[in-house]
Design a protein around this ligand. Structure first.
Ligand code: PMP
Length: 297
């Protein structure tokens, strides 16, 4: 495996950054998770947009512009000979001292890892996932906006720990005032009274690229798909539920806190959206080829 560290492709063992990088010392940095399917990168522009927005929100000046970053991502995928992959570009604040001020970090850094990812076994996609709600609340936007995909994922990790301790693979984090925010690394959708609902991102969720694709797919299929605050009660009494994310794609959710959702099996609308999303990732227009057209493989 070759990892891109500040523009140099180096073997995995040599892919290292300084312990004085504030990305390591303080989680001061931002990242993305992107997928390539069959030699084409899915919605790269949207992911780059979010990466640069995250950087802007934490006042981190990226060491290269969007077009150059795009080229580096494609180069890293090609160098690893990957056609189906998960790509992780990261910006870090760069080397500083032991104080937390970012102003002493003169040179932000970046690295890009291209690898495979598999979060859940096939059976999860067939049979669904049991979710629980956990005590840890989603970060409040006024403290650290969940729209920023930052290197500080402790909020999500605490929820993941609580899920694991209770024997669940995944969890829902609630907002401070008791609404559903999202899962630890995925957005949540429910089908209730025939409408597809997902919490508005201002309530405390990442603006998911998969979430956006699913909203588009649903609207194309003439399904009412709206962003609306959701309570635990709404999920308990939903007909169907599923999570969305770049790594997880669409995962049917079949219970919450021990209450079966709908029939307790993945529902027809979820299955239709899973098929639609699969088609979008394989045949949709919004995909960037790894090699220019006409180039020999
Ligand atoms: N929420 C969080 C907290 C995440 O980390 C992710 C994964 N990036 C998502 C939602 C899903 O977003 P996307 O569909 O863009 O991967």
């Amino acid at each position: 495996m070759l990892v891109n560290v500040n523009g140099k492709l180096v073997p995995k063992e040599k892919a290292v950054i300084s312990v004085f990088d504030h990305g390591v010392l303080y989680g001061d940095g931002v990242f993305e998770g992107i997928r390539a399917y069959d030699g084409r990168v899915f919605r790269l522009a949207q992911h780059l947009g979010r990466l640069y927005d995250s950087a802007k929100a934490i006042l981190l000046e990226p060491p290269l512009d969007k077009a150059a970053m795009r080229a580096e991502i494609l180069r890293t995928l090609a160098a690893n000979g990957l056609r189906d992959a998960y790509v992780r570009p990261v910006f870090t604040r760069g080397e500083g001292d032991l104080g937390l001020s970012p102003f002493v970090c003169k040179k932000p850094g970046y690295f890009i890892i291209a690898d495979h990812i598999r979060l859940y076994p096939d059976a999860t996609y067939r049979d669904g996932l049991a979710l629980i709600t956990v005590p840890t609340r989603r970060n409040v936007a006024e403290a650290l906006s969940p729209k920023i995909k930052s290197l500080n994922y402790l909020n999500n990790i605490l929820a993941k720990i609580e899920a694991g301790q209770r024997g669940a693979l995944e969890a829902i984090l609630m907002t401070q005032d008791g609404y559903v925010a999202e899962c630890t690394a995925d957005n949540l959708f429910i089908l209730r009274k025939g409408r597809l609902l997902t919490p508005p991102t201002w309530q405390g969720a990442l603006e998911g690229v998969t979430r956006e694709a699913v909203l588009e797919l649903a609207r194309k299929a003439r399904l009412a798909a709206v962003e609306e605050p959701i309570t635990r009660y709404d999920v308990y009494t939903a007909q169907e539920a599923f999570m969305t994310g770049t790594a997880a794609e669409i995962v049917p959710v079949t219970s919450l806190d021990g209450r079966p959702i709908g029939s307790g099996a993945p529902g027809p609308v979820t299955k239709r959206l899973m098929a639609g999303f699969r088609a979008l990732t394989r045949f949709g227009k919004d995909r960037i080829p790894l090699k220019p057209k006409g180039a020999r493989p």
